[in-house]
Ligand binder design. Structure first.
Ligand SMILES: C[S@@+](CC[C@H](N)C(=O)[O-])C[C@H]1O[C@@H](n2cnc3c(N)ncnc32)[C@H](O)[C@@H]1O
Length: 377
């Protein structure tokens, strides 16, 4: 790359951007987003000047000239080459502050300020917590994708995976190897480790941090309890992880997810609890027209909506789900950016009564939020 195409610059990183990158400004006030840096770092970066001046640009980290005082030696020898973690060499207390600030920025960009903002719920277990990992094989290499690529880094031990999964990974390493393959290793409810291949249909969803998931379930159940919800529609319900936490006091629940395997699990659990009459779990794709295909009696008679969509969110079809009787919405999201965009589609009808962040993914830039929206009276 010639000097004409790129330029180097030293920068002081002073905050975290909404994608978890470090952010710093030059003396003219131009802002640079630098993946791999954290607040407090002094870094050397490479950027590509544009014909017309732009205020915000991405820059590539060349070197850390002076590391932030809150960095420490990484708990993992494969970091940062392995792309699984973002912040393995950064103090956990700083990670939590950064996650709060990612949420604040995502919301304030669209003018949202919750009436009540509860402090982030930290994890006690910040290493060795993952109950599911996706491992890749390429010839005699077994591990995870190299940061930003699909090539495989050979990894003997994953610092954030549960010990049972690391033991299973050691076993897999003994097997004769054959080309490229991907598998999921996971721990079942009895604590036993298993493997399964990742087929073209993908995998059914399950939360990955047991202790944090219990806190999330309790948080959602407490909020829904406070709202006096009686009749509930839940979109993206998965295996009923949240449903079975909040459902005790509800009169009627209609819950959907596109995963057949997840809905089968939810139905088995409903049967075991004797909930067949009050909770109905169905395989449905939450799309633009789903609500219009529902019997009117169902779609107008619920007072509460619970949703926990994947990262892409629900989009403007959130508006389709709000009938005049719908008093409360509980929106659980792993992307504060799409959460803020989605709720903006119903801003004229609902206010953000409370918002809380919970750390489901220590050592990574990912954040989970739980928002309670209430219909204007
Ligand atoms: C973040 S998970 C939430 C699952 C559940 N609440 C839990 O805590 O385990 C998102 C769920 O959305 C489902 N999903 C993704 N796209 C969907 C769609 N278009 N319609 C219905 N469900 C969908 C996935 O199968 C997954 O179970």
């Amino acid at each position: 790359v010639s000097d004409l195409q790129t330029q180097e610059l030293s920068l002081q990183i002073d905050r975290v951007g909404s994608e978890g990158q470090g952010v710093g400004a030059d003396s003219q006030g131009n802002v640079y987003f630098v993946a791999g840096s954290v607040p407090g770092d002094k870094v050397r970066v490479l950027y590509r000047p544009t014909p017309r001046p732009v205020k915000y640009r991405d820059a590539e980290l060349v070197a850390i000239e002076a590391p932030s005082a809150s960095r420490h030696p990484s708990a993992c020898q494969y970091f940062p080459e392995c792309g699984g973690c973002d912040w393995l060499n950064w103090d956990y207390a700083e990670q939590l502050k950064a996650k709060e600030s990612i949420v604040t920025h995502s919301l304030s960009k669209l003018g949202w300020v919750p009436q009540v903002r509860l402090p982030i719920v930290p994890a006690e277990q910040v290493l060795g917590y993952r109950t599911r990992i996706q491992v890749s094989r390429d010839g005699d290499r077994l591990g995870f994708y190299r940061r930003g690529t699909r090539s495989v880094v050979n990894v003997d031990h994953c610092a954030i995976a549960r010990p049972e999964l690391n033991a299973l990974m050691t076993e897999l390493r003994q097997e004769p190897n054959s080309g490229r393959a991907r598998e999921e290793l996971f721990i079942d409810t009895s604590g036993k480790a298993h493997r399964r291949s990742i087929d073209m249909y993908g995998l059914d969803f399950a939360q990955i941090h047991e202790a944090q998931n219990e806190k999330l379930r309790k948080m959602v159940a407490d909020l829904i309890g406070q709202s006096q919800a009686r009749t509930i529609i839940e979109l993206f319900c998965g295996n009923g992880n949240l449903t079975f936490a909040y459902g005790e006091r509800a009169e009627k629940i209609w819950a959907v997810d596109s995963s057949q395997r997840s809905i089968e699990r939810a139905n088995q659990a409903a049967l075991a609890k004797g909930w067949e009459r009050k909770a109905e779990f169905q395989v449905r794709n939450v799309g633009y027209a789903l609500r219009h295909r529902l019997p009117a009696e169902l779609s107008n008679s619920y007072d509460t909506l619970v949703l926990d969509p994947p990262r892409q969110g629900i989009g403007d079809s959130l508006r389709e789900w709000v009938s005049k009787n719908l008093k409360n919405i509980f929106y659980v999201s792993c992307s504060p950016i799409t959460f803020a965009q989605d709720i903006t589609h119903i801003r004229d009808l609902y206010s953000l009564k409370s918002l809380q962040t919970i750390d489901m993914f220590p050592q990574t830039r990912h954040v989970e939020v739980v928002g309670w929206l209430q219909r204007h009276s």
